[in-house]
Design a binder for this molecule. Structure first.
Ligand code: SF4
Length: 163
């Protein structure tokens, strides 16, 4: 099924807010993530890492600014992977190295191999996405949509290379 936070079609570059606002936004983001996890608790995922092979699937998670911020604050920026997989995969390309902080789209991505109830918690996902958008726009109003994880990653990599 198509996931609104895991498809392509948007871009815009952000710039930065203050520490207290950031902390508040990250706290709220974690609450949103907990609720997403609770909504998906009845489902089981084979955890093959296949959906993290972004160049093979031609799909990737789209992140609002606080989602990227959470990754950037808690994890070193990994290099791009030669196989086109998500840079946050482990060396074997099987496991997410940022699992506790993985983006909303990664938590709610649904493939045919997932087992569980017949219906997805679509209403909960929509409500949480709206909340996530509001948190992001409070923090960074200039960002009007989520951005692909590889775009955030490429931009941060370029910044790291700057003298
Ligand atoms: S952040 Fe983790 S779960 Fe999400 S695509 Fe990357 S490796 Fe996969």
């Amino acid at each position: 099924m198509r996931n609104p936070d895991w498809d392509d079609d948007n871009d815009e570059a952000p710039s930065a807010p203050g520490a207290r606002e950031e902390a508040r936004a990250l706290q709220e983001l974690r609450a949103i993530y907990r609720q997403a996890d609770a909504a998906y608790a009845p489902f089981s995922c084979p955890a093959s890492g296949e959906c993290c092979q972004l160049s093979k699937t031609q799909r990737q998670p789209w992140l609002w600014y606080p989602e990227w911020l959470l990754l950037a604050r808690h994890h070193p920026l990994p290099p791009p992977r030669e196989d086109g997989g998500c840079p946050y995969l482990d060396a074997a390309g099987k496991r997410c190295t940022v699992y506790a902080e993985r983006p909303f789209g990664c938590r709610t991505f649904f493939c045919e191999r997932i087992r569980g109830p017949a219906r997805q918690p679509a209403d909960t996902v929509s409500a949480l996405l709206l909340r996530l958008e509001r948190v992001s726009q409070r923090l960074l109003p200039s960002l009007t949509g989520p951005r692909p994880i590889l775009e955030w990653h490429a931009e941060a990599s370029l910044r790291e290379e700057e003298p």
